[in-house]
Design a protein around this ligand. Structure first.
Ligand SMILES: C[S@@+](CC[C@H](N)C(=O)[O-])C[C@H]1O[C@@H](n2cnc3c(N)ncnc32)[C@H](O)[C@@H]1O
Length: 331
């Protein structure tokens, strides 16, 4: 079988890394192709498994923690890439994102690159530089590199820093991202929270935001407020929620999709320490009614741009009140 040199080289490297023979990898690729030809109409369409693009960097969101919340597209991107990189705090430590990949796609070989999360700015910058240098070396060698991240790669993710660093070194780099389900969506699901309805809106903020910024968002009762990175500040967050009259409906999700997952009303856990992987949802307290449409507006005023809003209606907030905790990650 004729294979172009570049493909031969990548095949050999992949076989080497995965410990499988080149013949096995070729057979698996052909099986994938043939089974796609027979995909029945009821099966969700699997995106075509295009080959890797040499020198492409793909930021892949692996979801909040459960293997079954990783998308088909994300798994395909990892299987397609020549190298899959995971951020970690030490070369021996399996990071959260890698744990998800190990469960969802055990055949994928994950390489760890060390980041520094400590407050020391210089140490962080140095580590990031080393990661960007390494990724750039792989891209220059013609590899497609997938960089995994918890949740979504475009939300508070190391992916954006790596992309910026790689682009500075290698401006021609083609960059793509694969969206991932976010922790707050998993929390809304587990905590029976409607995030927005009718004309409500939602905002996602770091819990470290200025107090006035948080208070202004919380003061708008039509707004659902989601707070990330608040694990170490739950007591302070709870105080702000209480002052805004929102404490009763606010819900905390810790380690979503992971061993030890906890979902609880903030009021019940306000004095407990929470992990860095914690998210808070304070649901909007009122809706403004549906946007009038030409069909629903009796006098057609919506069409003429003179729509009037319905009187605000109180919305039921979270249905769940008790603490729930899962001992192990979902299968
Ligand atoms: C650096 S940000 C990463 C966000 C990630 N890219 C995303 O889309 O979810 C880290 C914050 O995300 C939230 N988070 C991420 N995964 C989580 C999980 N499994 N459970 C609870 N919160 C999580 C927490 O608020 C945490 O402090």
């Amino acid at each position: 079988m004729y294979l172009p040199d570049g493909l031969k080289r990548r095949l050999a490297a992949r076989a080497d890394r995965s410990g499988r023979s080149e013949a096995e990898l070729i057979r698996e690729a052909i099986e994938g192709l043939v089974s796609r030809d027979h995909t029945d109409a009821a099966t969700p369409a699997t995106p075509p498994a295009d080959g890797p693009v040499p020198g492409r960097l793909v930021g892949v969101g692996v979801g909040p923690g459960s293997a079954d919340l990783m998308t088909v597209r994300a798994i395909n991107a990892l299987r397609r890439a020549d190298r899959v990189i995971a951020p970690c705090t030490s070369a021996e430590a399996v990071g959260r994102a890698e744990m998800v990949v190990r469960q969802a796609a055990p055949d994928v070989v994950v390489e760890r690159l060390v980041f520094v999360m400590a407050a020391d700015h210089d140490a962080r910058a140095e580590a990031l530089n080393r990661v960007c240098d390494q990724v750039t070396t792989y891209l220059n060698a013609g590899d497609e590199v997938a960089f995994i991240t918890l949740g979504d790669p475009n939300i508070y993710s190391t992916v954006s820093s790596v992309v910026a660093g790689v682009r500075a070194r290698r401006p021609e780099t083609v960059v793509e991202t694969v969206a991932g389900i976010m922790a707050f969506q998993a929390l809304a699901m587990a905590g029976d929270v409607v995030l927005t309805d009718e004309q409500q809106s939602l905002v996602l903020l770091p819990a470290s935001a200025e107090g006035e910024v948080l208070d202004a968002e919380l003061a708008d009762e039509t707004r659902t407020v989601i707070l990330y990175k608040g694990g170490g500040r739950i007591p302070a967050v709870a105080d702000r929620l209480e002052s805004a009259g929102r404490i009763d409906e606010a819900v905390l999700g810790e380690l979503m999709g992971m061993p030890g997952e906890t979902v609880a009303p903030v009021s019940q856990v306000r004095d407990r320490p929470a992990s860095y992987l914690s998210a808070v949802i304070s649901p909007a307290r009122i809706g403004l009614g549906p946007t009038p449409t030409p069909e629903t507006s009796a006098n057609g005023s919506a069409a003429s741009g003179a729509a009037t809003k319905k009187a605000p209606t109180k919305k039921p907030a979270t249905k769940r009140k008790a603490v729930s905790s899962r001992k192990k990650a979902s299968k």
